[in-house]
Design a protein around this ligand. Structure first.
Ligand code: JFZ
Length: 308
């Protein structure tokens, strides 16, 4: 294992943040005929509730999370003992949480909010000594050329590369690129991996850059699963939800206890893995209180029992 990954192996613990304009739905879609669709997980609402694009885009125009406070977010992460943050720059709905120049389906051009969430988090993370990682969905429901079987998929891949270049050059050091939603070949994945390495050699890349995890990337990504033995050779990071969803759902009260979440951390670290614990800010941009409470409780355990 190399010094390039030292910070990540030493830290063991990071924050995952699923935040996009889907938070404006809070997990529930009211159809024009009055019937209701609730979705699991929250960030899949466009797809699961089959919301027509014009309606989904109109919802984006109401997304105004003025309560979002990057310094508070990073402060809460730091107090919990987390060393890095991975935020959904773009999820499957294709909506960019930064003012991308590649298309207008982004927080600047389509919402009254307009602020650059990534710039705010990058500044706050740097100020408080945490590292910044970005989740990027290769699957993109919004871009017509990104659809499976598209004869113009290469055009989408060009736009994806342009967005990755923005992400890797405009926000300082990007510690992690967390790809997801892969729907291309491993050959294509290998090219994307090489592209990222050339732009930003130190950035750690997850194994979802390739299809069905055939490419190793820098680390393996089990999900809501805690491997119980050290895994030789391959670094791994388990991402975990505190309740039942990644993206915010106002009715999701099925929380794991702080004790369970703390034991997850201890068990994962003991098996040589990393723990990426998710939060899902609401439509106001606020991390739900039960999630903040659990982070504070983990932090208090860390203060007493954690590494110096
Ligand atoms: C993906 C996303 O679809 C989901 O919205 C969320 O972002 C999650 C972290 O990642 O969902 C997956 C991806 C991979 C598996 C399961 C769900 N998997 O390999 O078991």
């Amino acid at each position: 294992t190399s010094s390039r990954t030292q910070w990540w192996r030493d830290g063991h613990f990071g924050m995952f943040m699923h935040f996009g304009m889907y938070a404006a739905y809070g997990g529930e879609y009211r159809r024009p005929d009055g019937t209701v669709c609730r979705t699991w997980p929250g960030e899949w609402i466009k797809n699961n509730c089959q919301i027509p694009w014009p309606e989904y885009e109109a919802k984006a125009a109401t997304f105004n999370p003025t309560g979002f406070d990057a310094n508070a977010v990073i402060g809460a992460a730091k107090a919990a003992g987390e060393k890095y943050l991975v935020i959904t720059a773009k999820h499957h709905d294709g909506f960019a949480m930064w003012p991308t120049a590649v298309n207008d389906w982004n927080i600047h051009d389509r919402t009254p909010f307009k602020r650059d969430i990534l710039a705010e988090l990058a500044t706050a993370a740097r100020a408080q000594g945490l590292k910044l990682g970005l989740y990027y969905s290769i699957l993109d429901w919004h871009d017509p050329d990104a659809q499976p079987g598209s004869s113009n998929y290469a055009a989408y891949l060009g736009r994806m590369r342009a967005q990755l270049k923005e992400l890797l050059t405009n926000y300082g050091d990007i510690a992690v690129l967390w790809f997801d939603g892969n729907n291309y070949t491993d050959q294509e994945g290998a090219k994307v991996e090489a592209y990222v390495r050339q732009l930003s050699p130190k950035t750690m890349i997850d194994d979802r850059v390739g299809m069905q995890r055939a490419l190793d990337g820098d680390f393996h990504t089990p999900e809501n699963e805690i491997l119980d033995a050290p895994v030789d050779g391959q670094l791994w990071e388990s991402c975990v939800t505190m309740n039942d969803s990644w993206g915010y759902r106002f009715f999701d009260d099925n929380y794991k206890s702080a004790t369970t979440l703390t034991r997850n951390l201890v068990g994962i670290a003991a098996s040589g893995g990393n723990y990426l614990l998710n939060v899902g800010p609401d439509e106001r941009g606020m991390i739900p209180q039960p999630q903040l409470d659990r982070m504070a409780q983990i932090g208090s355990w860390m203060n007493t029992n954690g590494p110096a």
